[in-house]
Design a protein around this ligand. Structure first.
Ligand code: AMP
Ligand code: MG
Length: 349
């Protein structure tokens, strides 16, 4: 979650529409029913809210946007007063009690750090800083990387899920970039007003859908190398779709790419240079998984996702530049196979 960011505005180009209606539309109609649309700038990115079938769509949109603002204040590691920033300031060795929502969040983070073998790590801030990911990028020396690695790592937090406490061993640094948007989107479901219609919210490369009647929302995923070009069209009747990667967020320093997703196990940018899409019921899970699968790369990541029945798709430029290679997991094909219509030159390995 960012205040200043070069995140692509529409990695997931959102078609605020019923499944079957193409194009950006404000007040689109089908069978006489209007789709209400609002776009705001939030968390350093654009948030699109689409609503249909609500008695008070403007009121519902307002409630959703207010909640996203509230979550930004809670989670953003760009704001010094957020819960996560305050925990980053916690003195080493002293026990801190977590509030109930933060404890629930930390339980999920803890289990994904474990399940991904540390490919996902919320305490990655020292490495983010040493690679200058918030300030244009840089190439650090080996000693700097080693020092940053020594102060990185979720286990240094000594989180007790039973007592809802942390006792950081060292000065830790949170970075919510890989999970804050997902957590913020999931919290929208708790709003009493959220039951008042079908809605879809897109936030910086991730979309969450609420669709009680199961009619579906249509989401267009932009081409990994050209976000102006529609690439995949998917129908979402629920859950959340997250994207990691794509060309625009990486930084270039001295003609060399500094990838914005780091491998905490090596302390260096992940080697993979493509895009990952993940669908999951929980937006938090989808957000975390797209980052973790990016770190794992297509070969290991697809095996890992297959073992767990996760819906993951990799897309990357083939060696020699001859078109995109795409690698969907069985669960991804099972969910989206029917309307899976990649455009352009795609090669299924
Ligand atoms: P996403 O776009 O959701 O994949 O998140 C990428 C952002 O998460 C980066 O810009 C960093 O702020 C942060 N990040 C990078 N690598 C990792 C990692 N391995 N684990 C957790 N957060 C990361
Ligand atoms: Mg993520």
């Amino acid at each position: 979650m960012k205040r200043r960011t070069s995140r692509p505005r529409v990695v997931l180009a959102l078609l605020c529409a019923f499944f079957g209606i193409e194009g950006f539309l404000a007040g689109a109609e089908r069978d006489g029913e209007k789709v209400y649309e609002r776009r705001v700038v939030l968390m350093g990115t654009e948030a699109d809210v689409c609503i249909r079938g609500a008695a008070d769509p403007a009121g519902l949109a307002e409630a959703l946007i207010r909640e996203l603002e509230h979550q930004e204040a809670r989670l953003s590691t760009w704001r010094p007063d957020s819960v996560l920033s305050r925990l980053s300031e916690a003195p080493p060795g002293r026990q801190q009690l977590l509030d109930p929502p933060t404890c629930l969040l930390f339980q999920r983070l803890d289990s994904w750090v474990e399940a991904t073998g540390g490919a996902f790590d919320p305490l990655i801030r020292p490495l983010v800083e040493v690679w200058g990911l918030r300030s244009g990028g840089r190439w650090p020396g080996d000693a700097e990387i080693a020092r940053a690695r020594a102060s990185t790592g979720w286990r240094r937090l000594a989180f007790s899920s039973r007592d809802c406490t942390i006792r950081p061993e060292i000065q830790v640094g949170f970075d919510a970039g890989a999970f804050g948007k997902g957590e913020a989107l999931d919290r929208l479901r708790d709003l009493p007003a959220a039951a008042g219609g079908a809605w879809m919210v897109s936030l910086g490369g991730q979309v969450l859908v609420h669709d009680p009647a199961g009619e579906g929302w249509k989401v267009t995923v932009a081409h990994p190398e050209d976000r102006g070009r529609p690439w995949l069209r998917l129908r979402l009747a629920g859950g959340s779709l997250a994207v990691s990667g794509g060309i625009e967020r990486d930084l270039w320093v001295d003609g060399r790419r500094v990838g914005h997703i780091l491998d905490p196990r090596t302390g260096r940018p992940a080697a993979y240079d493509g895009m990952v899409l993940v669908w999951a019921l929980s937006a938090l899970d989808a957000d975390i998984l797209s980052t973790a699968c990016f770190v794992m790369g297509p070969a290991a990541g697809t095996r890992w996702a297959e073992d767990r029945g996760l819906a993951v798709l990799y897309a990357w430029r083939a060696e020699g530049g001859s078109g995109l290679r795409i690698l969907p997991s069985s669960a991804f094909l099972g969910r989206f196979g029917d309307d899976f219509e990649p455009a352009g030159r795609c090669v299924l390995p």
